[in-house]
Design a protein around this ligand. Structure first.
Ligand code: AHR
Length: 317
């Protein structure tokens, strides 16, 4: 019997013995646009299984209307809670009100919404502005007053990480007149679009000769862009500095090869703190804080990128 089977059997026994009821949780996931997203899905499923939670998973394939339909379906099924990773920040009020009326707690994962905060129980995520700021400060400290023309790959338009990571980066470079964002466009958080948009940046910027640094709102877009830089005959990490966000295994691989310079970590384990909060809420009505913040650690080549790659590569990324 494997450890996984043993854990499931123990959870089932606890339920039979009346220790607790199996809770049902609907999870409306954005899709699978990035390695980070895939890891979050894997870890959420694992966490649910370990805790004996019946998880109903819905993949929205990047569309808000699919997420709204999924939430309505979870409400109709009478689930005990809903996890929502919202693709964009606006347009959630009505459906969140429906969940609230049905007394189903909603927990936001990794992205924020613009709705009033009484429409959800709590939000688990990082300080997205801070992440961008850390990236901007890293660049300012690295170029040390040298002129630096930056190209920016933004995340999905209208999503809270795209909005906040842009704001944060601008804060990080504030007061450093030597640094200028010369081009900024969405790459939708995907590797393929990161590459495609970087190719257009390179073309527009004298084959890349006029670009000093790339700031990408996630590692997947950075990995795509690194490929484009190499195909343009330049050395990523040297000719063009690369700073991004997530800390997925592939960016550590690139860092170990000298092709990426810095990443800010976003843990894909949002479900652990979310289920902890829900379990306390179900047990005795404990109301969690509105925001449960995860860490945002900066990694550079000084942090053993090969070791980081090895330790993360099997985590479902
Ligand atoms: O919302 C978190 C972001 O969404 C991650 O940085 C990115 O990789 C993902 O697709």
């Amino acid at each position: 019997m494997t450890l996984k089977t043993l854990l499931s059997a123990a959870a089932a026994l606890a339920i039979t013995a009346g220790v607790g009821q199996a809770q049902t949780v609907g999870f409306s996931q954005i899709g699978s646009e990035s390695g980070w997203r895939a890891a979050e899905t894997t870890l959420t499923k694992q966490q649910a299984e370990e805790r004996g939670i019946d998880l109903r998973f819905s993949d929205a394939q990047q569309r808000q209307e699919n997420q709204i339909a999924a939430i309505r379906s979870f409400v109709a099924q009478g689930v005990d809670a809903i996890l929502l990773a919202p693709v964009v920040a606006t347009g959630w009020d009505s459906v969140l009100e429906e969940a609230k009326e049905a007394e189903i707690p909603v927990v936001l994962l990794d992205r924020q919404v613009d709705s009033p905060d009484d429409l959800y129980l709590t939000a688990v995520g990082s300080d997205l502005v801070h992440e961008g700021k850390v990236a901007g400060e890293w660049l300012a400290n690295t170029v040390k007053g040298e002129d630096c023309r930056v190209v920016e790959l933004q995340g999905t338009t209208g999503s809270s990480p795209a909005i906040d990571r842009k704001t944060g980066f601008e804060q990080g470079i504030e007061g450093h007149d030597n640094i200028e964002i010369v081009r900024s466009q969405t790459g939708d958080f995907t590797r393929a679009q990161g590459k495609e948009v970087m190719e257009s940046f390179l073309q527009a910027e004298n084959g890349g000769q006029d670009i000093c640094a790339l700031y990408a709102h996630n590692d997947d877009m950075a990995v795509g862009a690194i490929q484009a830089i190499k195909e343009a005959g330049l050395q990523p990490g040297e000719d063009i500095l690369v700073v991004s966000i997530d800390a997925v295994p592939d960016i550590f691989k690139a860092m170990a090869a000298g092709e990426a310079n810095a990443t800010v970590e976003l843990t894909p384990n949002m479900a652990g703190p979310a289920f902890d909060a829900l379990e306390a809420y179900w047990k005795d009505g404990t109301v969690p804080p509105k925001f449960i913040q995860t860490d945002s650690k900066l990694y550079t080549p000084a942090d053993d990128p090969q070791g980081e790659y090895e330790s993360r590569k099997d985590l479902g990324y």
